[in-house]
Design a protein around this ligand. Structure first.
Ligand SMILES: [Mn+2]
Length: 204
């Protein structure tokens, strides 16, 4: 379990992960990176599992560390060209903008993303990241990021495909991000793949 506080905008985050049983390295990786303009969060799933998947995921994270923050599409394109010699990866990326309290997100491949509203009155539904088919480093789809407002209490969850899709229904907001990440990994992890879940809450 890794946890942290970062921003702007202020975010409390946690990551829970585990490698496929029998493998020493996970092919899933993540990045949380802040600067004055905002915070970039990404989850990466290197194709397959084992050391080659881990190498692809590490290369993708390094590329995203060096990429422009403000444009998630540019960041994905930079990552794509940088990791072309690897197996490639699924990448979902989210930029929290400090100046206007929005997030912009983009997903290539199958790292799921959901934004759960911190408002309990039910006026704002859960938002799901629209995933486009493709493999970063191999074949990019057209990139159309979408933008959403973010208010205190809103909680972003990113999960690789080693986590089953039911996790979305199992993410109440009463718990801190570390507890949510731990619970999702414990309850929804598949035994057939590496698994990683990242939870980031905007704390006002
Ligand atoms: Mn996977």
């Amino acid at each position: 379990m890794k946890t942290g506080l970062t921003g702007p905008p202020a975010l409390e985050w946690a990551v829970a992960s585990g490698a496929l049983p029998g493998e020493t390295e996970s092919g899933d990786a993540y990045l949380v990176r802040s600067s004055a303009v905002g915070t970039l969060v990404a989850v990466v799933d290197g194709l397959g599992h084992g050391c080659e998947a881990a190498a692809a995921a590490r290369a993708a994270v390094r590329a995203l560390e060096a990429a422009t923050m403000q444009s998630v599409a540019d960041a994905i394109r930079h990552c794509h060209s940088t990791i072309a010699k690897t197996r490639g990866a699924a990448v979902s990326i989210v930029f929290f903008e400090a100046s206007d309290y929005t997030l912009t997100w983009l997903g290539v491949g199958n790292v799921q993303g959901v934004l759960v509203s911190g408002q309990r009155d039910g006026t704002r539904p859960r938002e799901h990241l629209f995933l486009r088919g493709g493999v970063v480093g191999f074949r990019l789809p057209s990139l159309r990021p979408s933008k959403l407002p973010v208010v205190p209490g809103d909680t972003l969850i990113l999960a690789t495909d080693g986590i089953d899709g039911d996790f979305v229904r199992d993410s109440p907001l009463d718990d801190p991000p570390a507890r949510i990440a731990e619970r999702i990994l414990a309850r929804h992890r598949k035994v057939t793949d590496d698994a990683l879940v990242l939870v980031a809450r905007h704390v006002g």
